[in-house]
Design a protein around this ligand. Sequence first.
Ligand code: GLU
Length: 280
Amino acid sequence: MKKPILLLSLVLVLCFGIFALSGCGGKDAVEPEPTTEEPAEAPLAPDVQKIKDAGVLRVGVKADVPNFGLQDAATGEFEGFEIDLSRELAKRIGLAEGDVTFEAVTAKTRGPLLDNGQLDVVIATFTIKPERLEQWNFSEPYYQDEVGLLVKKDANIAGLAGLDKKTIGVAQGATSRDAVQAEADKAGIKVSFLEFATYPEINTALESGRVDAFSVDKSILTGYVTDKTVILPDGFSPQDYGVASKKGTDGLTEFINGMLNDMRASGEMDTLLAKWNLAD
Ligand code: GLU
């Protein structure tokens, strides 16, 4: 009597297995119709949505830094690596490429323009520094430069050591003064400084002999070299450039970091750097 019961149980188990594998059969097992709808996009962070709703991204950029942010005097158009980064950001926010307004900023004006809400972001050779992180949000670095010195060729200055007891022109609000001072201390030389609001003013001071050297990041100095001046080989105090926004706009900063990481991973960043002669 035991065998038929065992056989029956075996048949039952087998039937159940087939039933389960076939997706339990019946109406409920009908495969869902493939849907044509796109998966829902993740909602934008409020800081980013605000820019999208405004229909425009307002960016502070440099107007006098070749390959980074340069304004054509005749057309008023801006071009450079940081201009392209701004357009990419607008695109990723969901704006059209043309929905970006560029405002020329200096080392002195860019922070206050973020604080008073006139700009959404600053992408303008803005070095990330611990004291600046207390005032503004910064993305991760997108470029690294170093501080340099521009001097007159006929001054016969070969390097920083040749600037002992000389005067250096620097921009207000820039990192240059502290960087040169630290380097001069290391070299055991004495230098003094004159501060100016803009780079063209420092350049004029160099030409007229009011200062013996013009110091700022090398990328910025390249815009001012003439046949009468030369950038010294010395380079010091690495400068990491980040995209700045108003303090507390963490959703926007995270969005920008996402963009930068994507661009690095896809190779777009390298392509863009090469486009502007900034690749190593
Ligand atoms: N990058 C340096 C700074 O942020 C130089 C100044 C400038 O960007 O104009 O202070």
